[in-house]
Design a protein around this ligand. Structure first.
Ligand code: TYD
Length: 286
């Protein structure tokens, strides 16, 4: 990182790199400390060393709604919500948010933090719910739904998130936080049914025939019941709102995975690094 900062006159950093899968964090928490906490502190140190307190250089830390803990059936998180992380993953992201704020206060590093709800879309690693459902359904294998499928998440299409990030990076108020969300709350069961029904339609199967693959499995320990964001602040101050509703977003996502099944297979294989660099080289900036 030091070499990179010495070689390039970076105008800013958008820090998206993270271990992000809750189930994996329950099995191997230290990897999350290493990547999400130590990794962030390394970047902060190098950015602060290279930039000092130059207000034109900005450190944008991308974080999650999960730092705020779990909600009951009502209400939504706001920028001022207290931190109450429940999983090793969310605790590691909460820690990294605090380190970013501390670098702002202590070393004068200019920063913005964004906390976002669940993302989905093309290229999502096949460990997250949506690609798992698509993968299992294509193989006609059981689709695992934790508990009774009643947990609620708010879903944001990845391109909408990218638009929000660009806007906050360019125009967000320095040393502040923005909550980002899709305003699309669904129970896991509702979402899984939507994905399976979309797949049936796109593949010409009997309507709703893939729903028979749904298999209720043992719940995740400490499974947060519900996340939701109040996105008034980013709407009012920067004029951003999500543009892709869940039905069209899921259709685009399922279509992408159908057309790119090779990616989902190879990206989990032993040679995933070389496969990925070839894949992106062939496709340029697509
Ligand atoms: P996930 O994509 O892991 O995101 P997060 O836990 O960060 O919200 O899971 C989304 C929801 O789906 C979550 O409530 C757990 C649930 N889930 C299942 O029911 N089955 C699965 O196989 C997975 C991976 C998740």
């Amino acid at each position: 990182m030091r070499k990179l900062f010495e070689e390039h006159d970076f105008l800013g950093v958008m820090h998206l790199a993270a271990e992000s899968h809750v189930d994996r964090s329950i099995v191997d928490p230290m990897a999350f400390v290493q990547t999400n906490v130590n990794g962030t502190v390394v970047l902060l140190q190098e950015a602060a060393t290279a930039w000092g307190n130059d207000p034109t250089r900005r450190f944008h830390h991308i974080s999650t709604d999960e730092v705020f803990g779990a909600l009951g059936p009502d209400g939504a998180f706001v920028e001022e919500s207290p931190y109450q992380p429940n999983s090793p993953y969310s605790a590691s992201k909460a820690a990294s948010d605090h380190f970013v704020r501390a670098w702002g206060e202590t070393y004068g590093l200019s920063y913005v933090i964004t906390n976002c709800t669940n993302n989905y879309g093309p290229y999502q690693f096949p460990e997250k719910l949506i690609p798992v459902v698509i993968d299992r359904a294509l193989r006609r294998e059981p689709v695992p739904v934790y508990g009774e499928g009643s947990n609620i998440r708010d879903w944001l299409y990845v391109e909408d998130h990218c638009r929000a990030l660009r806007l906050v990076f360019d125009e967000g108020t320095v040393d502040s936080t923005y909550c980002i969300g899709g305003e699309e709350e669904l129970s896991n069961l509702e979402l899984v049914e939507l994905i399976l029904d979309t797949l049936d339609e796109l593949q010409g199967n009997d309507p709703q025939s893939s729903r028979s693959l749904i298999s209720f499995v043992t719940d995740r320990p400490g499974h947060d019941f519900r996340y939701a964001m109040d996105i008034s602040h980013i709407k009012d101050s920067l004029g951003w709102k999500p543009s892709i509703d869940i039905t069209s977003g899921i259709r685009a996502t399922v279509s992408w995975y159908l057309e790119n099944q090779i990616w989902a297979e190879r990206v989990t294989g032993d040679d995933h690094d070389s496969f990925q660099s070839e894949w992106y080289k062939e496709r340029g900036d697509e």
